[in-house]
Design a protein around this ligand. Structure first.
Ligand SMILES: C[S@@+](CC[C@H](N)C(=O)[O-])C[C@H]1O[C@@H](n2cnc3c(N)ncnc32)[C@H](O)[C@@H]1O
Length: 264
């Protein structure tokens, strides 16, 4: 494990903790449904930048897409390798793991261009998204999509307010930085700014969504969803998917999902 692997201590809280929660289930379901609306059909190629333990792209490998998961953390890649081991052989053979910084993705993939480039839950940990976005755009093939999931700077007062940290909430209206749920400093972006960065690199923004809303608010209020009840889980996922697509709900979600396409 690299000594400067900031993510080494976060593998369990993120890969096991966050994804096993109601919000984790919603994130997986809602993001997958959004992607199905835009992805070129399998066996198209997907590059998952900052792909972590593969929660977002392994379901795509199962469904027939060819996935390259690139991550800068040895520890996260080790967890991805472990999770890869329990995928069916066909899906496993469609996944390649790469250790690299997303800011050097073009070099790491030797100039290959992909039908889809994902960057989910990564930009918020960077001081500035510009260099990463430039690389994402250069890695996408004509006709392919760039998919970005990140924190919404416009809703940064939600969490401190729902935690009744009123002074922090007041400050958050004008400051997109916070100590994230994993205990690491994070930074929000806004849809317009990221859309402009995509356009500057030849990728047209096509749609944006919220990700989770009601499950987030329920968690802050201390209410629990019965994850053992498949009917409740399915209904929750459906409601969150609808909310992610509609105003004003999508505007209130703390994360947003932005999809752009490079013209064919
Ligand atoms: C919150 S996790 C998200 C993982 C995955 N994309 C998901 O949505 O499940 C953030 C991941 O980004 C990776 N990461 C952070 N900065 C990175 C960088 N500059 N280049 C590549 N990966 C990075 C971390 O190692 C970690 O695996």
């Amino acid at each position: 494990m690299a000594e400067d692997d900031l993510w080494a201590g976060l593998v369990d809280p993120f890969a096991d903790g966050a994804y096993a929660s109601a919000k984790g289930l919603v994130r997986t379901y809602v993001m997958h449904q959004h992607l199905l609306e835009h992805l070129p059909p399998p066996p198209a190629t997907v590059l998952d930048v900052g792909g972590g333990a593969g929660h977002q792209s392994f379901p795509l490998a199962r469904a027939g897409w060819h996935v390259t998961l690139l991550d800068s953390s040895d520890a996260m890649l080790a967890r991805a390798r472990e999770r890869l081991g329990v995928l069916p052989a066909g899906a496993r053979d469609r996944v390649r793991l790469l250790h690299a910084e997303g800011e050097h993705a073009v070099e790491a993939v030797a100039g290959q261009q992909f039908d889809a480039v994902l960057c989910h839950g990564v930009l918020g940990y960077l001081d500035d998204p510009v260099a990463m976005i430039e690389q994402l755009c250069r890695c996408v093939a004509p006709g392919g999509i760039v998919s970005i999931l990140t924190g919404n700077a416009r809703t940064s007062a939600v969490r401190p307010a729902l935690e009744r940290r009123w002074q922090d909430a007041l400050a958050a209206f004008d400051d997109p930085r916070e100590l994230g749920v994993l205990g690491v400093p994070t930074r929000g972006d806004d849809v317009e700014h990221l859309s402009g960065l995509l356009e500057a690199h030849g990728v047209q923004p096509v749609q944006w969504y919220g990700v989770w809303l009601f499950t987030d608010w329920l968690e802050f209020s201390g209410a629990t969803v019965d994850l053992e009840d498949p009917h409740e889980v399915a209904a929750m996922a459906q409601v969150e998917l609808e909310a992610s697509r509609r105003d004003p709900y999508r505007q209130l979600s703390r994360p947003f999902h932005l999809v752009g396409r490079r013209p064919a």
